[in-house]
Design a protein around this ligand. Structure first.
Ligand code: DC
Length: 226
């Protein structure tokens, strides 16, 4: 492989399937960079959050997304998200922004505005990228692709734990309902819906530890020359 050709490992799947945890661990194990594409859509939702703003208005949110300065700064095991010069890593993790990100990400002008940024962030390095359309649209030539799933109850439990760890405990039934609504929207939108790429390996993380999932992935990536 040529030095400057990006080597991408793509991980897609619904909310709570364990993408972030496994993608971070996989990146650390392989010594690759980690690209959280969902954080980028979350940043757009945060920037678009104003009273009276219509999160379905692609004509104004596309140009807004294109104007934003979105960057990642690796700190310890995580990536801080810097939006227009301000660390927004905590602010993008609320339930409100989860829902907003799902809404703005359904708008074709927003997706078009963010495509180049995602590809630039993966250029010149080996990257584990996670999201919804990473293996299908953003990096169709990815060296290895995974589609991570888990039973809905388990995904909702994980999401509840994440919110609790972030100091935002939520009612489990509400978490489940929000997650189902978000997955439904993400999977049925017209542009770049959540779906498994034909050449992706599906892994059901239900009942598996993150280490077990990562071990399976490492084996595949190594076999592809990673
Ligand atoms: O992975 P996440 O929960 O942080 O993603 C938030 C939302 O962003 C998700 O509901 C849909 C959208 N998204 C997307 O449309 N495409 C991606 N590659 C990543 C996220």
């Amino acid at each position: 492989m040529e030095k400057d050709t990006p080597f991408v490992v793509a991980i897609d799947g619904p909310a709570g399937a364990g993408k972030s945890t496994t993608a971070k661990k996989l990146a650390a194990t392989l010594g690759y960079a980690f690209l959280d594409t969902g954080a980028i859509y979350r940043a757009v939702a945060l920037a678009a959050r104003r009273p009276g703003n219509d999160l379905g208005d692609g004509a104004s949110l596309g140009p807004l997304a294109a104007r934003l300065d979105i960057a990642f700064v690796p700190v310890a095991e995580s990536n801080r998200l810097i939006l227009d010069g301000v660390d927004a890593s905590g602010d993008i993790r609320t339930s409100e922004i989860s829902d907003g990100a799902s809404r703005v990400s359904a708008l074709p002008p927003v997706r078009a505005a963010l495509l180049g940024l995602q590809r630039r962030l993966a250029a010149h390095s080996r990257v584990v990228a996670e999201g919804r359309d990473v293996g299908t649209v953003v990096f169709p030539q990815a060296a290895a692709k995974f589609f991570l799933t888990a039973p809905p109850e388990e995904r909702a439990r994980r999401r509840s734990r994440e919110l609790e760890a972030a100091g935002r405990p939520s009612d489990p039934a509400t978490v489940m309902a929000e997650m189902v609504a978000r997955d439904q929207r993400d999977s049925t939108r017209k542009t770049a819906p959540l779906r498994k790429a034909e050449d992706a390996l599906e892994i059901d993380s239900g009942g598996l530890s993150p280490e077990q999932v990562v071990a399976q992935m490492v084996e595949v990536v190594r076999a592809r020359g990673g």
